[in-house]
Design a protein around this ligand. Structure first.
Ligand code: DAH
Length: 353
């Protein structure tokens, strides 16, 4: 076979290979195989040296034609493949603007958080400041300075979680400790009176802990909101007026409020506050167990014995205090029959609020 035949054969083979390249990468492999430095055309041309001077121009001409033809064919195929690649990409990245959007749930505050925030806002509107205290508390602040007798049942380990020092270095007798999880937010009253001179107008929301089994109306951990006012000339009338205002802000202006005598070690006199039942409007129903009233908080005038612990002069100052359960208030406001819903993280419940 002559070298010209070789060139024509090579041209035909290359044309087939170019046409068969399915993408730009394959095409480049073909280009290198035929036209590259070590490519087939190049090696054919190396044979030109062996030709006579007469033969060389004709063969040179054919080889140039073959090179140009192949380069042109490669360019053409490249253009086709690039536009096909572009089409494929456009198709793959196409956005169907008619598809419905994907919804992202942004998340909301828990109902208890919102209830606390709402109540805090009512009180800050009246000029109260927010005060905080530790969840892990000393027996002194949780009980003693709140005028709670040593033999009060709330102090027993069956009611209160005591924190034991497992190193055994604690001051306490075996199994006993003066460190506990606070059972009420009332210790913040003592801490505030210890550190702040009257007048005092504070609100203290926070978690409290009790050895209770969770049931529809009890949780072993729940949220209380404590209030304390100490000033000159504070009377029971101030307490009543404040709580009536707050209850109507929380539950709505149509609700009635009543105070019933009660007992707390740290207030004298003490009372419990009821609001008229929102389900039956006061006529009596299952929600209010037929009474027409729902108990929402405890309150009273600060006992002079408590003033004794914190060094406030009871001749000059008087004050009132109150404590309410946020879960209970939310349950009454939103007709939630079981407090356990608040801690179970069931989205079907949480999404309703
Ligand atoms: N600490 C009381 C409780 O957990 C609630 C309470 C009652 C708080 C009367 C007060 C108060 O500040 O004056 O049951």
């Amino acid at each position: 076979m002559s070298i010209v035949d070789d060139l024509q054969q090579l041209r035909a083979d290359a044309a087939t290979a170019i046409a068969g390249a399915e993408d730009l990468a394959q095409l480049d492999v073909v280009r290198v195989a035929y036209l590259g430095k070590k490519g087939s055309l190049t090696s054919v041309l190396r044979g030109l040296g062996a030709l006579s001077a007469e033969e060389r121009p004709a063969v040179g001409k054919v080889s140039n034609e073959v090179r140009q033809a192949l380069e042109a064919a490669i360019d053409l195929r490249r253009a086709d493949l690039s536009s096909a690649a572009l089409d494929a990409r456009v198709l793959a990245e196409a956005v169907d603007v008619t598809l419905p959007g994907r919804r992202r749930a942004p998340g909301t505050s828990h109902l208890i958080t919102r209830t606390v925030d709402e109540i805090v806002e009512i009180f800050t509107g009246l000029g109260y400041k927010v005060a905080e205290g530790p969840d892990v508390e000393l027996d002194y602040y949780n009980f003693t300075a709140l005028n709670t007798p040593a033999d009060h049942p709330a102090r027993t380990p069956s009611d209160t979680f005591y924190v034991r020092d497992l190193t055994g270095e604690a001051t306490a007798v075996a199994g006993e400790s003066d460190v506990l999880l606070r059972t009420q937010t009332s210790p913040v009253q003592v801490r505030t009176m210890e550190s702040t001179k009257p007048p005092i107008y504070i609100l203290s929301p926070g978690k409290v802990y009790r050895r209770d089994i969770a049931d529809p109306s009890h949780l072993p951990q729940f949220t209380q909101i404590e209030g304390l006012v100490i000033d000159e000339g504070i009377t029971f009338g101030d307490l009543k007026g404040t709580l009536e205002h707050v209850c109507r802000e929380i539950f709505g202006p149509e609700r009635k409020v009543r105070l019933r005598p009660h007992f707390f070690p740290f207030t004298e006199p003490s009372a419990e506050v009821d609001v008229s039942c929102g389900m039956c409007g006061g006529g009596g129903c299952r929600m209010c167990k037929g009474s027409g009233w729902l108990e929402i908080l405890g309150c009273g005038m600060v006992d002079p014995n408590v003033f004794g612990y914190v060094g406030i002069d009871p001749e000059r100052y008087s004050g009132f205090a109150f404590g309410m359960g946020a879960e209970r208030i939310a349950a009454l406001k939103y007709d939630i029959p079981d407090l356990r819903h608040f801690i179970e993280s069931d989205m079907r419940f949480l999404r309703q609020f």
